[in-house]
Design a protein around this ligand. Structure first.
Ligand code: DAT
Ligand code: MG
Length: 142
């Protein structure tokens, strides 16, 4: 376990933004004790989404995912704190919001909407390498 302060990239995805859940997500991040280091609202462009989701190219949900993510404004947040990468993934819950446990963002606020892609409210980086890569894509001047 390291005392080093980490950074992670959180995105309140277009479904969360449309549903007015940005404040609720930020509230949970702050209540956990993490710090908001940067915040920006914008509609994700396809070019940067393709970089962001490069690991998923070719999967059946890739095209629906990029379509969905570019469907409207989203909130991009750099979150800071000890072990916040792992910690935010715990706050978010499992990828499938139907299976995500109650108490998590996806478990409490998400559901299956019958779409080809899981509209699961939030993104959170899955490792220190992903976090720095993703922050570089979306906050090139951060
Ligand atoms: P996570 O967002 O939990 O890190 P991921 O990186 O595996 O999950 O996938 C990125 C996003 O793609 C995810 O948030 C929702 C969508 N997705 C993943 N697996 C899916 C699936 N089997 N069917 C539909 N959408 C999926
Ligand atoms: Mg992921």
């Amino acid at each position: 376990m390291s005392a080093q302060i980490e950074r992670t990239l959180v995105i309140v995805k277009p479904d969360g933004f449309r549903r007015g859940l940005t404040g609720e997500v930020l509230r949970r991040i702050e209540a956990k004790g993490y710090t908001l280091a940067a915040l920006d609202i914008r509609t994700p462009d396809r070019e940067r989404l393709e970089q962001h989701y490069a690991e998923h190219v070719g999967k059946p949900f890739y095209e629906p995912l990029v379509e969905f993510m570019s469907s409207g404004p989203a909130t991009f947040v750099i979150v800071e704190g000890q072990r916040c990468i792992e910690g935010f993934r715990s706050l978010a819950g499992a990828t499938d919001p139907t299976k995500a446990l109650p108490g998590t963002i996806r478990g409490d606020l998400g559901r299956d909407w019958g779409e080809k892609v899981q509209a699961n409210i939030v993104h959170g980086s899955d490792s220190a390498e992903s976090a720095e890569r993703e922050i570089g894509i979306w906050f090139s001047r951060a």
